[in-house]
Design a protein around this ligand. Sequence first.
Ligand SMILES: Nc1ncnc2c1ncn2[C@@H]1O[C@H](COP(=O)(O)OP(=O)(O)OP(=O)(O)O)[C@@H](O)[C@H]1O
Length: 308
Amino acid sequence: MNASIHIDKISKSYGNVQALKNISLDIHSGELFGLIGPDGAGKTTLFRLLATLLLPDEGSAQLCDIDSIAGYKKIRNLLGYMPGKFSLYQDLSVIENLRFFATVFNTKIEDNMDMIHDIWVQIEPFKHRLAGQLSGGMKQKLALCCALIHQPKILLLDEPTTGVDSVSRSEFWQMLKGLKKRGITIVVATPYMDEANLCERVALIQDGEVLQVNTPAEIVAQFGKELYSVRSDDNYQSLLDLREFEATHSVFLFGQSLHYTDLRNEVPEEDLKQYLEKKGRSGILIEKIKPSIEDCFMALSTKSEDHE
Ligand SMILES: Nc1ncnc2c1ncn2[C@@H]1O[C@H](COP(=O)(O)OP(=O)(O)OP(=O)(O)O)[C@@H](O)[C@H]1O
């Protein structure tokens, strides 16, 4: 089966908030695809449209070559959807939750154990515990089992790793790789830019618009500028000073340093250092670094703001 997703010029507003603005996107059958964007970018709205829970104002979508409006009943059987919040019944036990989701899809746990086995073995010891009493990582595994119990061809996961510890996060991505081997198309929405590298292709989205779609490696390769990490005794003051500097192309605070690009093709690091020293900074350390997906996102989102 062709488990692809085709999104054609979809727009959706809530009152005067335009959550999705003319979005077009193609996700290939069997792909592990990331929707990467900050809170409010429109990820959940797009998932609800694909899950046939919301109607678009304009545009259309096909999942497994079926129109999301005309064929919504068929799509619901082919789709597994793990919403960001509230996908489990907190006052039902682990096994009761799983049985409930199996029943909704008119199937039995036993008939689908093969599909969820690798994940299920990790939570089976807690099968009589109430879902509300599970850790974040366990809840996430149970929610994934519930989304998979009817053997979907496409899996939509909305921020599955938000609020989950780093060990559970990396275990979760391992589980997704296992599911991908079964040929399931997996779309993961995440605000964590570092998770982009775990996807085959990603769409960077912001304010309801797709800024770029490509492989993580290609997105980084297209950054197009030399990037520098700049540190000093007072990074915040350096940020304010560099915003005033005539040769600054962009400057952002990134954790413990500033990420800087220059308008000139050649960046005389000494010149930059002298400028900051004149402004009273000391302990200045400037080094050329490789851009990350987050750097690319910042650059693209600034460009799109400039065009508005
Ligand atoms: N039911 C609603 N009524 C009004 N505005 C909404 C509604 N749902 C979402 N929005 C707005 O639409 C925009 C997109 O929200 P959406 O939830 O799709 O984004 P998101 O990328 O999933 O972010 P988050 O992680 O915060 O949910 C935001 O500005 C949000 O405030």
